[in-house]
Design a protein around this ligand. Structure first.
Ligand SMILES: NC(=O)c1ccc[n+]([C@@H]2O[C@H](COP(=O)([O-])OP(=O)(O)OC[C@H]3O[C@@H](n4cnc5c(N)ncnc54)[C@H](O)[C@@H]3O)[C@@H](O)[C@H]2O)c1
Ligand SMILES: O=P(O)(O)OC[C@@H](O)[C@@H](O)[C@H](O)[C@H](O)CO
Length: 372
């Protein structure tokens, strides 16, 4: 069995690639980072280490293709793969779409393409971009190819090791895939859960793990901390993170009927994962791409808007986190720089309105403006 995985980064190597290899796939990593790909091809294996334990394992049966120099080879692999996955970041999906389309054109058998990105409808979005490149072959390829959406959860911080392929990950993981959009045989991968309705899973994950993580990152940065662990150890911040998670949790409980007890336990598990002393996760990684994170369907604005819709009240903690995003300054992060220049031109409210696509008189915009 052959899997083609786009993105040999933290999640690619530390999570998806590792599960694919354990499930018996020969995994071809596709990446624009030539150094990483050369190392994968030289060694054909790498080590995944579980943070906080002595446990580690080898990921084997792998090779790599540099997609900057070898687009044709990538398309040829896509044409014969049994499974295609991505973990490149939502903004990169349009860039990998043309080569995926090129390979899919050559196929006569069904295949599934799973975008493992932190967003709602990641595979749907990738499908839209892939189909744009198909011309007359569009409907045939759409018939043959499944694009099931997915939720992926495992904290894999940015890290440097002497061994460039080695990756340290938290022990916890969850990979949930929508079974209703799968074409052909369902992939059998230990650790991958197939569900018929992904929405409660992806929303619970994005609006708890990622909402809480964003709160820790932006408030952490505001209070002068470098890592999520430091932010979690600051009682001023911890109480605000909990407040934000109770606000997003209120909406999740109302929408999906989770019991308060079960959701409370889920929140506690997530908080303990953030506080893991064996993971050093920089606030700059977790806070990366703040414009994406202020998007209408993303981890902060969406639960805040839904909280207002359900309760006719302002979610004060989420508002505080959104305000912290607006004052987040980070020269190395292109979206943080762009956000600040948008704020310079349009003010806090104008910039937030443009990014979040809320109406001018939306109560969330006024609440955030008051907070600034
Ligand atoms: N790290 C985590 O804790 C985590 C957890 C769950 C989900 N995710 C999601 O997984 C995705 C990847 O995140 P990450 O943390 O692994 O990022 P990362 O930066 O470590 O890895 C991304 C990889 O994609 C590669 N890439 C960039 N452009 C490419 C292209 N055009 N073609 C092929 N490869 C390309 C990069 O070189 C890099 O190796 C994101 O959507 C993220 O939200 C991350
Ligand atoms: O990857 P992002 O930028 O969407 O979000 C940053 C982190 O919150 C994220 O990578 C988490 O570590 C991950 O979602 C945990 O499963």
């Amino acid at each position: 069995m052959l899997a083609v995985h786009f993105g040999a980064g933290n999640i690619g190597r530390g999570f998806i690639g590792a599960l694919l290899s354990k499930a018996g796939y020969q995994t071809v990593f596709v990446d624009v980072n030539g150094e990483l790909i050369d190392q994968i091809n030289e060694r054909s294996k790498y080590t995944v280490e579980l943070a906080g334990s002595e446990d580690s394992f080898e990921v084997t049966n792998i090779s790599g293709i540099n997609s900057v120099t070898n687009q044709e080879d990538v398309a040829a692999m896509i044409a014969k793969a049994d499974l295609i996955t991505t973990a490149v970041g939502p903004h990169i999906l349009p860039m990998v779409a043309p080569v995926i389309a090129e390979g899919l054109k050559e196929r006569t058998e069904s295949v599934n393409v799973i975008a493992c990105e932190n967003m709602i409808g990641g595979s749907d979005l990738l499908k839209e971009h892939v189909l744009e490149h198909l011309g007359a072959e569009k409907s045939r390829v759409a018939q043959l190819t499944g694009f099931p959406n997915a939720a992926v959860d495992r904290i894999v911080p940015d890290q440097t090791h002497e061994d460039k392929l080695k990756v340290t990950v938290e022990p916890y993981f969850e990979w949930v895939v929508d079974s209703t959009d799968i074409k052909g045989e369902k992939p059998e991968i230990a650790g991958l859960t197939l569900v018929e309705d992904l929405t409660p899973y992806i929303e619970r994950k994005l609006f708890t793990v990622n909402t809480g993580h964003a709160a820790a990152a932006y408030l952490g940065d505001y209070y002068g901390h470098q890592t999520i662990h430091q932010a979690m150890s600051d009682s001023r911040i911890l109480s605000k993170i909990k407040g934000a998670l109770h606000e997003s949790g209120d909406v999740l409980i109302k929408k999906y009927g989770f019991t308060k007890e079960a959701h409370g336990k889920y929140i506690e598990t997530i908080l303990s994962r953030f506080a893991n002393p064996d993971l050093s996760d920089e606030v700059t990684r977790v806070g990366r791409a703040p414009i994406r994170k202020l998007g209408p369907k993303d981890r902060l604005v969406r639960p805040a808007v839904e909280y207002i819709d359900w309760n006719k009240e302002i979610p004060t903690h989420l508002v505080e986190v959104i305000a912290a995003v607006l004052v987040y300054k980070q020269d190395q992060d292109p979206e943080a720089v762009e956000l600040q220049s948008l704020i310079k031109e349009q003010g806090y409210k104008g910039a937030l309105q443009e990014i979040s696509q809320l109406s001018e008189d939306h109560p969330l915009l006024n609440a955030v403006e008051k907070q600034m």
